[in-house]
Design a protein around this ligand. Sequence first.
Ligand SMILES: [Zn+2]
Length: 123
Amino acid sequence: MNHADMRAYKERLLVLRARLRGDVSDMADAALKNNRAEDNGDLSRMPIHMADLGTDNFEREFTLSLMESEEDTLGRIEASLERIEDGTYGDCGECGAKIPKARLNAIPYATLCVECASQSERG
Ligand SMILES: [Zn+2]
């Protein structure tokens, strides 16, 4: 992979990382606000549908599980940025094969080739 390609992927990774970081903190805020209102026993300020605690709990857990997968993606983006610095970006972390550009275009933070990814949960 040449330097121009590396730089293009690096820019995409940086944009993705910025977007994910923004989303993660917004979602964390929302989840924590819900938590505080409930802890105080202050349900009066919540919309009526939020008073159904079963639904509220479900929504909060769903939000938190989304955040976990975003944290995981962020970790992979960081690893990919390190690989760009090392000059190993685009090489499969498992078998060393070149990861096809079509795959990197779809998932710029992919660190495994398709074959290795299919044998691993890491994608
Ligand atoms: Zn591989």
